[in-house]
Structures are given as C-alpha cells and as structure tokens.
Design a protein around this ligand. Structure first.
Ligand SMILES: C[S@@+](CC[C@H](N)C(=O)[O-])C[C@H]1O[C@@H](n2cnc3c(N)ncnc32)[C@H](O)[C@@H]1O
Length: 385
C-alpha cells in the first residue's frame, strides 16, 4: 500500500511545472501516463467523498456557499504580497501588518481563515508560518497561483460572477454584457489585467506543457505554429523536448512582445519566429502543425468554426491542426473541467467540449477528426484537412 501510494504521489508530483529557465539537459522526465493521472484524481475524489459522508449535507453545502470569503482573502493576500514577506520567517499578523502597512486585526483574521483551509500555518503562540500550500502564493513561485488568485478576485472577473443569474437566464456571458467587450478586448484597454492573465496562463501551461510534449508524436512534424500561443510557454517546451522542431508564435502584439524574455531564458529564441496579428484575420502559412491550446474554449461554436476555417485555408497538404484542451463530456463531473467550463461561460462565450463536440466543429470548418491523445488533465485532438 505504501509503495502504491508512493508511486501515485510521485506520479502526481511529477506534474509540477518545470522551472521557467531549465536548460534542456535538466528538463525533468515526462510526467506519468494519462491512466496514472486519471487514477490519482479519481482516488482523491473518492477519498474526499468518503470523508464527506461523516459531515451533514447542510454543512458541506454551507462551506461551499461561503467559499467566496476564501477566494477574496486569497486574492487580497496575493495582491498585497503577504506570502513574500512571510518568507523571512514566522511572524505575527501585527509584525506583518507593520511591514506591509496593513490593519493588524483584519490581517490576523484573514490569515486565520486561510490557515483553517491549511493555507499558512498558525502556531500556538499566534504566529503565521509558511506551509506547502501557502508557498505557492509567493511571487516567484513558478505555478503563478499568485496571479490566479489575483485574477479570479479582481473586480472585472468577480463582478461578472455577481451577474451569474443573467447567464442562466440568457446564456450570454455576463462579463461581455457588463463590460461591453470580450475579455481579450478588455486586456487591450487594461494592460495590467492582461499581464496578470498572461502570467496565470503561463503557470497553467507550464503544468500542461510536459504532458502535451510527451503525448503527441512530434517526430512527425518539423515546423509548428502556436496560434494564440501566449508567451510561448508550450512552444518553448515542445522545442526543448524535440530539438528538431522550429516554431512560429502567433498572438496579439503585446503578448508576443512579452514572450521574448521567456523564449530567451529557455534558450529557444533563435528557433522561434514571433508573428503578431489576429487569428480572425490571418494565420501564418507554411507550418506542418497548428497548435491551438486553450484557444477554442474561449469562443462560441460559430466563432470557433470561423477560426478553424481560417487555419484550414492556409493548411498545406499533410499539415494538421492540434487542438489542445481538457475534454469534458455531457455527463462528466470532473471537478477541474466542469469549473473551467463554467468560467468560460461567465467570462467569455466559450465552453469546454467533448471529443464529439470537436469532431462536429471540425466538420463544420471543412476539417476531419484525426487521432485523439487523451492526457487526462489535457488532451490533443487532431484535425486533418
Ligand atoms: C487562454 S489564452 C491561451 C494562451 C496559450 N495558448 C496557452 O495555453 O498558454 C488565449 C490566447 O489567445 C490570444 N488571443 C485572443 N484573441 C486573439 C486573436 N484575435 N488573435 C490572436 N490571438 C488571440 C490571447 O492573447 C491569449 O494569449
């Protein structure tokens, strides 16, 4: 049992994102196979449910109802960099508050709430200390959870959730109704929000990139275009793992500009052509594979079809489209996929989709479903011309 648990735990921890600047020779091994990841998630879910049977249902639901306090406590603590200051060693809320110019009583109560969730430890003498979970809130932590906490609790995002009823009544994204524009248009007007989003995407994609790099037979292609590729987190991982590849990073101007340091840090800048533009206008030509990671889930079906048609129009014979998304079926209760799906409905007109949903989108765009590589947390769905 201990060995099995140890193996499972090793498999799960191998999913930890790699260091942003790891040179190629120090890249960690590919993560565990999809079945091990799936099993890990299922076992954890099973154990949670088993333990929850000891607790009255109303208490369990009440905990979820009031989880708003935790989201906003995490957001404020992230923005105010409390975790960074605590790196100097355990401290009382009064000591932390004086260093950060905060209210000591409010800070103690906030950190005590988080300690009740096992994020920060509260010692018997009233001092707060880092633990495994709180450390991920530090600014330099490669997971960028600090940016995720900031993004989800920010006014622009949180106010869209306040309009949740509107989504249920109309099916229209409350974010777009409220702000009069989609999330990416808003980032142009609010670059500070865009920068936080790009950071958090980088953290998520660091987690996914190793899975994707080991999932697809990249030896079949030579030049890859990452469409809406963000800061090049996935593309750089693919190039590091597969030295024969060269890449094109395609995204909005401000995003590809901000990608240079990451690509340089990872030693692949000279193998990547950075191209700025809108994927609704054009997509760079001449590549063997077009990757769309967490791009289609941002958009409604009609918009995805237009985008896929644009990619297809420049496809040369034998080229393929690699949609990289979390697969969520109609009856799936996967906690990550279902949460991401609702978030896409609230902040954009997007959604998470099943393999059949993608097959239908490809069909409408004049493409055909090819192979599907199920990586559990993230999958590669191939489309061919
Ligand atoms: C959810 S993020 C995914 C980023 C990256 N593929 C990843 O998984 O880390 C969506 C990306 O699409 C880009 N994007 C949105 N609209 C775009 C457009 N019209 N043309 C090009 N890129 C766009 C955004 O700037 C953002 O980087």
């Amino acid at each position: 049992m201990t060995t099995a648990t140890g193996r499972l735990r090793r498999a799960m921890t191998m999913l930890r994102p790699s260091e942003r600047g790891l040179p190629a020779e120090r890249l960690p091994p590919f993560p565990a196979p999809a079945w091990a990841l799936k099993l890990g998630v299922r076992v954890r879910d099973f154990l949670h449910r088993a333990v929850d049977t000891l607790v009255p249902a109303e208490v369990l639901v009440y905990e979820q109802v009031t989880s708003l306090a935790v989201t906003h406590a995490l957001g404020a603590v992230a923005r105010l960099r409390v975790a960074d200051v605590l790196e100097a060693g355990p401290a009382t809320a009064a000591e932390l508050a004086s260093r950060l110019s905060l209210d000591a009583d409010a800070l103690h109560r906030t950190l005590r709430l988080l300690a009740s969730k096992d994020i920060f430890a509260l010692t018997a003498d009233g001092r707060f200390a880092h633990n495994r979970r709180s450390r991920v809130l530090c600014s330099e932590h490669r997971s960028r959870v600090r940016d995720a906490a900031d993004y989800f609790s920010r006014d622009a995002t949180a106010s869209a959730y306040v309009q949740f009823d509107g989504w249920l009544k109309t099916g229209r994204s409350p974010f777009e109704q409220l702000h009069g524009m989609n999330v990416f248009e808003r980032f142009v007007h609010h670059p500070d929000e865009g920068a936080v989003f790009d950071q958090l995407m980088m953290g998520i994609t660091l987690l996914h990139a190793r899975v994707v790099a080991g999932l697809y037979p990249f030896n079949e292609v030579r030049r890859i275009c990452d469409v809406g590729g963000g800061r090049g987190t996935l593309l750089s991982e693919l190039l590091l793992r597969h030295p024969h590849l060269t890449g094109v990073l395609y995204d909005a101007q401000s995003v590809v500009d901000s990608a240079a340091s990451l690509l340089e840090h990872r030693g692949v800048l000279n193998r990547v052509e950075r191209v700025a533009g809108s994927f609704f206008d054009r997509v760079p030509e001449g590549c063997d594979a077009y990757v769309l990671k967490n791009v289609l889930h941002d958009w409604a079906d009609e918009t995805c079809v237009k985008l896929l048609e644009k990619v297809r129009s420049g496809l040369r014979p034998g080229a393929r489209v690699l949609v990289v998304e979390t697969l969520v079926g109609h009856t799936s209760t996967d906690p990550y996929g279902t949460r991401a799906d609702v978030h896409m409905g609230v902040v954009c007109e997007g959604r998470e989709r099943s393999r059949d949903d993608y097959a239908r989108l490809f069909d409408r765009a004049g493409l055909r479903l090819g192979r599907v590589f199920d990586g559990s947390v993230i999958s590669v769905i191939e489309a061919v011309g």
